[in-house]
Write a new protein. Structure first.
Length: 295
């Protein structure tokens, strides 16, 4: 693959993208580049005031809508108001927070990063399916490689590690994305689902969630090791717009350790291709969220 950049994004005129967590970091950069290339972008944000401030600096056609992925009622309200969308970018997330819970009592990272996006995808799927060349892009992390699903303690009730809970949520993103691909293919759906990760990219994710030494490490890493958000966002932009993308693919940076660089096709950790675990996670996610999802 040649060194793909944002300049290579095809014209997106007439297409509508929903980008979660779009008021800062990767989400804001994704919204910016899509709008520059003609897309209408629905920017979802937890804080409408911050969202409007972020949107004011963007070109093209954008709108701000409230969505809190840590509250399934908020997810339902948002989805009910979306009448048209062609692409969903499941970008928002929280990282390595102290032990907290969502509005429905789920562990915050699993509840936000996985369950919130599972519910959103389920609720928006009928709209997306009716769109033009529909895609669902879910953002994971290199740390999915350290993750596993503890089905006996999904909510980390017995023991809690900020980093282990984050890795579990990012591993869940990959299991979900690959299982969704299998189900879309089996159903003959026009939609495709794609995974992406940003490598090590400097955003406020590393500093707004972690506390103590994890926070200090995030700040130092952002200064010394991380790539700029304009590079990190290329992977999800490629996954969302490149014509050659196929369902079930996974894109990340082409540099050493997939930490920096331009988009390339990458592989998930082998354990994330476990179809039995993926089906079980899907069934558990339906039960926990209350939303059934049959493509």
């Amino acid at each position: 693959m040649s060194k793909w950049t944002a300049v290579d994004i095809p014209d997106q005129t007439g297409r509508t993208f929903v980008v979660t967590g779009a008021n800062s970091g990767l989400g804001l950069e994704t919204a910016r580049r899509l709008a520059e290339h003609g897309a209408h972008v629905i920017m979802t944000v937890r804080d409408p005031e911050k969202g409007r401030a972020a949107a004011a600096g963007l070109p093209g056609s954008v709108e701000v809508r409230t969505l809190d992925l840590a509250d399934l009622e908020s997810v339902s309200r948002f989805a009910a108001g979306v009448e048209h969308a062609d692409v969903l970018v499941n970008n928002a997330g929280v990282m390595m927070t102290p032990k907290r819970t969502t509005a429905q009592g789920f562990e915050l990272q699993f509840g936000t990063n996985h369950l919130g996006h599972f519910a959103l995808t389920a609720l928006l799927y009928p709209v997306l399916r009716a769109g033009s060349a529909p895609r669902i892009v879910t953002i994971s992390s290199t740390l999915h490689r350290r993750g596993r699903i503890d089905f006996d303690d999904l909510q980390s009730a017995r023991s809690y590690s900020p980093s282990a809970a984050y890795s579990q949520s990012k591993f869940a993103n990959v299991l979900f994305g690959l299982e969704l691909d299998r189900r879309l293919r089996a159903a003959g759906s026009p939609a495709i689902t794609v995974l992406a990760h940003p490598g090590y990219t400097a955003t406020n994710l590393q500093t707004s969630g972690p506390t103590g030494l994890l926070n200090l490490g995030g700040r130092i890493g952002n200064l010394l090791r991380a790539q700029h958000v304009t590079m990190g966002a290329l992977n999800q932009l490629y996954a969302a717009t490149a014509p050659a993308v196929q369902g079930g693919e996974f894109y990340g940076p082409d540099g050493r350790g997939e930490n920096r660089g331009h988009p390339k096709l990458v592989k998930p950790v082998p354990s994330a291709t476990d179809t039995d675990a993926a089906r079980r996670l899907w069934e558990v996610s339906e039960k926990l969220t209350g939303f059934s999802f049959a493509p």
